[in-house]
Design a protein around this ligand. Sequence first.
Ligand code: S3P
Length: 446
Amino acid sequence: MIVRPAKRLRGRVRVPGDKSVSHRAALLAALARGRTRVENFASSDDCASTLRCLAALGVRVERGGTTITVEGVGRGAGAWDFVRPAGPLDCGNSGTTMRLLAGVLAAQGFDATLTGDESLSRRPMGRVVEPLAAMGARLAAEGGRAPLRIEGRQPLSAVEYETRVPSAQVKSCVLLAGLGAEGQTRVWEREPTRDHTERMLRWFGAPVETGRAERDGRPAFYAALKGPAALAARDVKVPGDISSAAFLVAAASMLEGSELVVERVGLNPTRAGVLEAFRTLGADVRWEAAGETGHEPAGDLRVRGGISEGGAGGARAASVLRGGAVARMIDELPILAVFGARAAGGLEIRDAGELRVKESDRIGAVVGNLRAMGAEVEEFDDGLRVRGPAELRGARLDSFGDHRIAMAFAVAALAARGESEIVGAEQCVGVSFPEFFGLLEELAER
Ligand code: S3P
């Protein structure tokens, strides 16, 4: 993909439905009794992977534009009429599909195998094997990687489990398995992660309790569920994906004179931290929650171009993102790093070692590409420091087959001097945001 610089972005747009919320809507609709209509279902390839796996498990899904209708196979508390799949279930590039489905399948009475593409087959799965095994499930992942083989065995027993890394996928996996387990399943986290599963389980009528308490003398967060539990079908409206909107917010902010409105974006507090981070870095972005979609807050984002210097001009110290905040904007760190290169003082990101096991090694990918564009970057095991404000120059960049790297550097290329080429970008943005390049072209003034 060749990306030419732009003067500014102008317009009013919507981004596709939230990917995380869409996965959960499809899965919970399948687990429920009755028919669920999901509006604004994500157009992402990852969510199509979830639907494909559900279809292979005998779930009837109809798709018309961005609305899907799912016939749930729930048969009461802890009982489902899934069909034993004829072959391995292909999760494509989608970690969420694999980890959440593992929780669902662990509680079924048949064997199943989950596979993925090359990138997904490199990602750690021990983090879901461990808690599911503690619940009595039998599953194997050689070397802690996919394929994930699950031996059907019911019933599971409830667990009290503290996650080893902050991960909404692990938390969700355990809660979904908990639907089929006897007793109270409780997941503890040291840092709160996105809570879409908890919200949607409640929306479908499951008794979920969440809170904060002392655990071993330190504060922790929990989500608990009493199983076996039944879900009842309920229509869902998916808000726009804030992780997709983040690329447009960054692009508009980095280009002086931009005026952009992104409508009906999800503003769940466990996801919206990225907007505060952009603001701290000097972006002029405003948002207002204007009504729930039922289970998720949503509202419009308004961006005006230009990055304010704040502080004392060039002498300003780098902004630092670390600790729990990082878990709540984990998917936005690549675009925040790009933005940091244009911000006064630059940006340091730490405690983000998880970025190394995403769709690509996102620390290595961001560092390499930013350097190719002329930025001064230091790499750490758990993050990076980019000096700002830097003049970015057009370059030959690598997407590493990773959608968020491709989009982050397409944005960087818009704000650079000279043309850039991003290798492999067209093929991978569909994983989360197939409309991305088309929308940019519509909005960009040159
Ligand atoms: C997701 C959780 C995060 C995130 C991913 C989507 C989810 O992954 O990076 O894109 O939908 O639960 P982890 O749970 O591995 O942090």
